[in-house]
Design a protein around this ligand. Structure first.
Ligand code: SF4
Ligand code: SF4
Length: 371
């Protein structure tokens, strides 16, 4: 299978959760240091998107303006969803905006963002596939593909309709591998059967697998207490033979150091370690939790400014670690302005959620439990 990236570490730097300053803007000085450390360790692949707020601009400053163009690969994404654009003209104009924000000159990898069975029609209607083909002919895009959140059957359909797509970006982690809703394993198998290399997103499932609940940690530590939970998660994804890059949305220096230590001299999981992962997954499945990956696609359009992923993260903390009083205190402290019960059920967020979560009813559950 053609691997489009052969000359760098298998770890990609996801620029979606960059470090923030006290005023909540992206901390460019710290991002620069992380970019430099990543390149120095042998990483080359950076991933951003038109809809990651401030990310393309920060990538432009910390990476593109400071390093030779051939020393890195840059991926970004065009989003045809309603929260990103109103019509075909606005959708196609995202490419030029991304070029201006980053100053990259061209993109090594260009993706149609978060395709599923519903929104794929919009990408057709707006002529996005033809547009990216033309961009490639002009050399402004080296490779094009798409990121995906739906069933293996829909993935198969899209790859049959667009056999020219050169790669696929999939949500793969050990928690979702056999999950009945996400179906990571079957999606991976479909991409592989079509001969498309895979870029992995969410290998630590929005941070859940970086700090898993006690029974999961016990399984991992029993095999080797010196391997961190994130390292287990990233190595699981990177061990899949058809994976060309594993993206990690690193937001501080410690995460980066741990990820670099894992991937610098990457060794795939041994059969014995694969069995440990199976036991960790079984242990994780004994906990009920909200499958939010903290991607934040739902928040920009919320008329009540509810910080949905943070609300769900607080609820998950309670679900996985217990301590109802502590969870209620933490919730009251974190959500003084906009609470779960402020939701007016407009439904905007549910249309934007790539995980297809029933956000409104989940917020009702949070309000009943934590308010
Ligand atoms: S349904 Fe509720 S949480 Fe979702 S966007 Fe509307 S007000 Fe916000
Ligand atoms: S609720 Fe959905 S859209 Fe919002 S952050 Fe979580 S996974 Fe992303």
């Amino acid at each position: 299978m053609a691997n489009l990236v052969n000359d760098c570490m298998k770890l990609g730097f996801g620029m979606m959760r960059l470090p923030r300053s006290a005023d909540k803007s992206i901390d460019i000085a710290r991002t620069e240091k992380m970019v430099d450390a990543f390149l120095a360790a042998g990483g080359k692949y950076f991933d951003t998107a038109f809809v990651y707020e401030g990310s393309e601009e920060a990538t432009g400053k910390a990476l593109c303006a400071r390093h030779p163009r051939e020393s890195y690969y840059l991926a970004t994404k065009l989003n045809a969803a309603e929260f990103a654009c109103k019509n075909a003209e606005e959708a196609l104009a995202e490419f030029e905006t991304s070029l201006q924000r980053t100053g990259a000159g061209y993109f090594d990898f260009y993706l149609l963002h978060a395709l599923d069975g519903e929104n794929k029609k919009k990408y057709e209607e707006y002529g996005v596939w033809d547009y990216v083909r033309r961009l490639k002919e002009k050399g402004l895009v080296k490779h094009y593909g798409f990121s995906f959140h739906d069933s293996p059957e829909v993935l198969d359909e899209i790859l049959n309709e667009h056999p020219d797509a050169e790669f696929v970006q999939l949500q793969i982690n050990y928690a979702d591998w056999e999950d009945a809703r996400v179906q990571s394993r079957r999606c991976y198998e479909v991409a592989t059967a079509h001969g498309k290399p895979v870029v992995v997103m969410e290998p630590v499932k929005g941070g859940t697998l970086a700090d898993p609940p006690e029974r999961v940690k016990r399984e991992l530590n029993a095999q080797n207490p010196n391997i961190t939970p994130s390292s287990w998660a990233i190595r699981f994804a990177a061990s899949l033979p058809n994976v060309m890059i594993v993206l990690s949305g690193m937001s501080d220096e410690a995460q980066m150091a741990d990820n670099l230590a894992t991937m610098k001299d990457f060794q795939p999981l041994t059969p014995e370690q694969q069995e440990t992962i199976v036991r960790a997954r079984t242990a994780l499945n004994t906990y009920d939790r909200i499958a939010c990956t903290a991607c934040k696609y739902c928040t920009p359009g919320c008329p009540m400014q509810i910080e949905i992923p943070r609300v769900f993260s607080t609820m998950n903390h309670y679900k996985m670690y217990g301590d109802l009083d502590g969870a209620r205190r933490s919730y009251a402290f974190r959500f003084k302005e906009s609470k779960a019960s402020d939701c007016i059920q407009c439904g905007q967020c549910e249309g934007a959620c790539p995980q297809h979560l029933p956000i409104i009813s989940l917020l009702e559950e949070v309000a009943r439990t934590l308010e």
